[in-house]
Design a protein around this ligand. Structure first.
Ligand code: ASP
Length: 333
């Protein structure tokens, strides 16, 4: 094992490993590990950050972490809250349907080992984040789509249910009166949830779940379930997640970009701002009618958020406090 990795491992698993290892390490090496632990123990953890006003979801994830649970369980449990919330019109049950009136859900999850699982365009199953986790853990694949994903979910004990609520049906019928053939981008009212968590051991995981754009073309998939688009986590660096017009996030591989910028030394805030810059500074790009928002966290527990337009917000749990915070934004004219 390379020394750098050994030291990282030692710092992650804590003093126990140092003591156990100290017999075969030199005095200098032991001191180096102790120094690293002294630094990492100052990192802010546990921590949860999630897109939009997601108080209960973040509180739920934080409760998992405070009890000593891991970041992966935390983000899954947190996201399930929004999937079950029928009032949220961009996630899970109650999500707005596609143009044909079908609710189809996308989700992905990523753990601290860099494993990833996703489901795309799933009908009739509410907790797609948990199905994505099953894809990651119980199959040799990373993505399942449509009917295959739905059948897989049922084989794993998930129950089929009607995801189209009366309220969503009513909204769809109203949209149908004009049936405008363009993605509906409500700048202020997304609630796709992207969530990142750091557990007490300092491990990072992330999850993202959505019903996608309201009245999308049947078969359309956005950024949310795509690795590096709606979500990316690298346990040595940090994580990022996106919300808003998925097409623009995908074209710039936004979440991966943010993590790579942090790897190169940018703060989470600087990285989010640069990722938004890559979208709005494209020649001829008219960003007036669409929103994209990013959140990010690095290994130290420093966070960042940035969006194109005002009214993006995020929930942040740290130092035992859960707050909804308005994000800074690009379009200040
Ligand atoms: N990013 C999601 C998508 O494009 C939508 C959203 O965040 O509202 O599917």
């Amino acid at each position: 094992m390379k020394r750098r990795h050994f030291i990282k491992k030692a710092s992650v698993t804590g003093l126990g490993l140092v003591t156990a290892s100290s017999t075969f390490l030199s005095v200098d090496e032991n001191q180096e590990i102790k120094n690293e632990i002294a630094v990492t123990s100052k990192y802010i953890k546990p921590l949860v950050i999630a897109t939009w006003k997601t108080d209960l979801a973040v509180e739920t994830a934080a409760a998992v972490l405070e009890k000593g649970g891991n970041a992966l369980d935390a983000v899954e449990q947190g996201c399930r809250i929004e999937e079950a919330n029928e009032k949220g019109q961009s996630v899970g049950k109650g999500g707005l349907p596609d143009r044909d009136g079908e609710v189809t859900l996308d989700a992905c999850i990523m753990n601290e080992k860099g494993d990833y699982g996703a489901v795309l365009g799933v009908k009739n199953i509410k907790h797609v984040i948990s199905v994505a986790r099953k894809v990651m853990e119980d199959t040799p694949h990373v993505m399942l789509v449509g009917e295959g994903a739905e059948n897989f979910a049922v084989s794993k004990g998930f129950e089929r249910e009607n995801l189209l609520t009366e309220a969503a049906k009513k909204a769809w019928k109203k949209w149908k009166e004009k049936s405008e053939y363009k993605p509906i981008i409500n700048i202020e009212n997304h609630d796709t949830i992207g969530m990142l968590a750091i557990d007490k051991k300092g491990n990072i995981s992330g999850a993202c779940t959505t019903s996608g754009l309201a009245y999308k073309m049947p078969g359309r998939v956005g950024d949310s379930p795509i690795i590096g688009g709606g979500l990316f986590v690298d346990n040595e660096v940090g994580g990022a997640s996106a919300t808003g017009l998925g097409e623009e996030v995908l074209k710039t591989v936004g979440s991966f970009l943010i993590v790579e910028l942090m790897r190169q030394g940018k703060s989470p805030q600087e990285a989010c701002e640069e990722a938004i810059g890559r979208i709005v500074n494209k020649p001829g790009k008219d960003f007036k009618n669409f929103q994209v928002g990013y959140i990010a966290v690095n290994k130290k527990g420093e966070t960042g958020a940035f969006s194109i337009h005002q009214h993006f917000s995020y929930n942040l749990y740290k130092n035992k406090e859960n707050k909804n915070i308005p994000s800074d934004f690009y379009n200040k004219v």
